[in-house]
Design a protein around this ligand. Sequence first.
Ligand code: ATP
Ligand SMILES: Cc1cn([C@H]2C[C@H](O)[C@@H](COP(=O)(O)O)O2)c(=O)[nH]c1=O
Length: 218
Amino acid sequence: MGDLIAIEGADGVGKNTAARGLCAALQASGRSATVLGFPRYGETVAGVTIGRMLAGELDVPVSPKAAAVLYALDRLEWRDELLQAQADHDVVVLDRYVASNMAYQGAKLGGEAGRALMDWILALEIGQFALPRPRLSLYLDTPWDLARELILQKAQRSYTTRSFDEYEADIALQQRVRGNYETIVAADLLGPWRVVRASEGGAMRPPEAIVGEILSHI
Ligand SMILES: Nc1ncnc2c1ncn2[C@@H]1O[C@H](COP(=O)(O)OP(=O)(O)OP(=O)(O)O)[C@@H](O)[C@H]1O
Ligand SMILES: Cc1cn([C@H]2C[C@H](O)[C@@H](COP(=O)(O)O)O2)c(=O)[nH]c1=O
């Protein structure tokens, strides 16, 4: 079975660019690799609902636990495809995975309740749903002001025409998400972690430099 390498971090930190660059670099070195991102907008029942939630189009309140179950369900619905990708390739690069759920939904509650929800998500997704653990997770550390500029540069999203979706618009949430990632990385929750500094001197490092550093950790 191929290795899972997860690229993680707050919104707009350059995960998708790094994931695609890593996949291309692995392929250039002769290894078979593919990128798989979550959520699966428009492809799963949960993914459709998540898109509507992030676009602010759901007319019902969504508790952090309900949102966590939606994101977990999205991965459960895509579990066969994930396992097939592992069977077909040496490396599957994940653009967000279970740690995103822990960091974001835990951040909605904060404190002890947030930490308890993170543990609950880990038990649900890895324990109950038997989703595979990543071989390695990389946390992309990008200053929040740069990340906000990068969000504005993003191409049109499939699920919203807004510049910032519901989670991206909530700056306090984004700050707590960063704190949760630091907790997850420090405790190696879900598996081993490495931090990759994505900026230098107030600007983004070139994608090739970021990918080079990721490769040095693999
Ligand atoms: N290292 C980089 N240097 C310059 N621009 C970058 C870099 N990485 C990403 N970008 C640009 O920033 C924008 C956001 O990048 P990307 O989609 O990779 O971020 P993301 O973390 O996957 O975002 P999201 O969490 O919102 O899905 C894109 O327009 C991308 O081209
Ligand atoms: C996979 C996953 C994602 N989220 C959050 C993180 C983002 O704010 C959005 C969608 O991600 P995108 O990269 O901007 O497309 O959803 C989450 O809370 N739980 C998850 O499992």
